[in-house]
Every structure is written in C-alpha cells, then in structure tokens.
Design a protein around this ligand. Structure first.
Ligand code: ADP
Ligand code: ADP
Length: 208
C-alpha cells in the first residue's frame, strides 16, 4: 500500500497512522516528525526549519522535498509507505509525482481526514505527546494514563496563535494540492469527527 494521509493540522493523521501501522506493515513518513527530529539534533536542516515550525509556517519546499526524496529511497519503503503531512503545497505534490514516476511507482490512495476548523483549535491546544513512546494524547479526548502523565510534553507550535497560522496555510496552500490527486481518481474523503475508533473504522472502509 502506498498512501497519503491528508488533512488539516490536528485532524488525527498521526493518531490514525499509529492504528493503521498495526495492520499494514509499511513505512510511516511523517515530515513533521522528521523535521522535529532534525530540530532536536540541531542539524543544518533543523536549524533552518525551526523558526518556520514554531510560527506555524511551512518549511521551504526544497528542504522538505529533499528530505522526503531521500527517505523514499530507503529500503523499508519498497513494500509500501504512508506519507503523513506531505505533500503540503502544489510544488511538493509535483516533486513527489516526479520521484514516483521515475521509480515506476503509483500511489494507491490519498485519504483526506475532514475536521472543521472550530474543532481543530481544541484538538491542537489540548494535544500532548509522550517523548518516550511517541504516543499522542489529548488532555480531554484521550487523557494519558497516570504512569506517563508526569512526562508528557506539549509541542512548541501547539499554541492557539500558531494553530491559526497553520490552518490558514492549510486552506491557502495545502488544499490546492487535492485537484492534482483528484485527477488521478485516488482521493477518498473521510469524516474525522467522532471517537478515534469510529474514525478508524471509516478509514479502513475507505482503504477497502
Ligand atoms: P495530526 O497528526 O493530524 O496533526 P493528531 O493525531 O496528532 O493529528 O491529533 C491531534 C489531537 O487530537 C491529539 O491530541 C489527539 O489525541 C486528538 N485526536 C485525534 N483524533 C481524535 C478524535 N477522533 N477525536 C478526538 N480527539 C482526537
Ligand atoms: P500538524 O499535522 O499538527 O500540522 P506536523 O507535525 O505535520 O503538524 O507539522 C509540523 C510543522 O512542520 C508544520 O507546521 C510545518 O512548519 C512543518 N512541516 C511539516 N510537514 C511539512 C511540509 N510537507 N511542508 C512544509 N512544512 C512542513
């Protein structure tokens, strides 16, 4: 399976990806996770990306595309991959298309998780993650168990202000990517509102 998990920030892409990876043995390519790892390692990429991320702006296409193209060439992507948070701009979609064409690979599916903006702010500001396991929690919707409650952290960009910027970028720069994939007939839209288990059931039905 070669798919893209698409949707606004906080739609539940990471949450659903973790569940899908229990069933499908494919590589998980989250550009957000990769960029955060680069920031933590203080690599040249991390240093260049950090300011954009903190403000909720998009990291320049060239940096993100190089990262993804390099990652897609690794062995574990041969049997399939789940792109999460990429592509986020039309140039990124074209760069991905060119890379896959060159490798003779076709995408199976672009799965769009639809969640209205007013719910997004609540999901983002309540998001917490476990730095040890990477598990994603929410203070209200999915509270962490007592044994990890002391170590959960909030992302630097999960403030209301950065969230509004990210939503504006999503509507302005990311949704224009969809017609490119719609022309290939591979877009499936799924309602991302409701308990995570229900969303997972809808996602699995859409994957077929
Ligand atoms: P994304 O990867 O799209 O940014 P996440 O999976 O990190 O989104 O989810 C954002 C926040 O919303 C997290 O705190 C997560 O626990 C919570 N969340 C995810 N799915 C749901 C859902 N179906 N209902 C309620 N909260 C959810
Ligand atoms: P969320 O799903 O909550 O928006 P991500 O973890 O996917 O968060 O991304 C966090 C930040 O990393 C984005 O706000 C952006 O600054 C940067 N980023 C991630 N993926 C991309 C991408 N494909 N293009 C540009 N910037 C990206």
């Amino acid at each position: 399976m070669r798919m893209i998990l698409f949707g606004p920030p906080g739609a539940g892409k990471g949450t659903q990806a973790a569940r899908l990876l229990e069933r499908f043995k494919v590589a998980h390519l989250s550009t957000g996770d990769m960029l955060r790892a680069a920031v933590k390692a203080q690599s040249a990429l991390g240093t260049a990306a950090e300011g954009y991320m903190k403000r909720g702006e998009l990291v320049p296409d060239q940096l993100v595309c190089d990262l993804v193209v390099e990652r897609l060439a690794q062995d574990d992507c041969r049997l399939g991959f789940m792109l999460d948070g990429f592509p986020r701009t039309v140039p990124q979609a074209h760069a991905l298309g060119a890379t896959l064409d060159k490798a003779g690979i076709a995408l199976d599916l672009v799965l769009v998780l639809e969640v209205p903006d007013d719910l997004i702010v609540e999901r983002i500001t309540g998001r917490r993650t476990d730095p040890v396991t990477g598990a994603i929690y929410h203070l209200r919707f999915n509270p962490p168990p007592a044994e990890v409650a002391d170590r959960i952290v909030q992302r630097a960009d999960d403030t209301e202000e950065a969230c509004r910027t990210r939503l504006a970028k999503y509507h302005g720069e990311t949704t224009p990517v969809l017609p490119y994939f719609e022309a290939k007939g591979i877009v499936r839209k799924v309602d991302g509102v409701g308990p995570p288990d229900e969303v997972t059931a809808r996602v699995l039905a859409a994957i077929g």
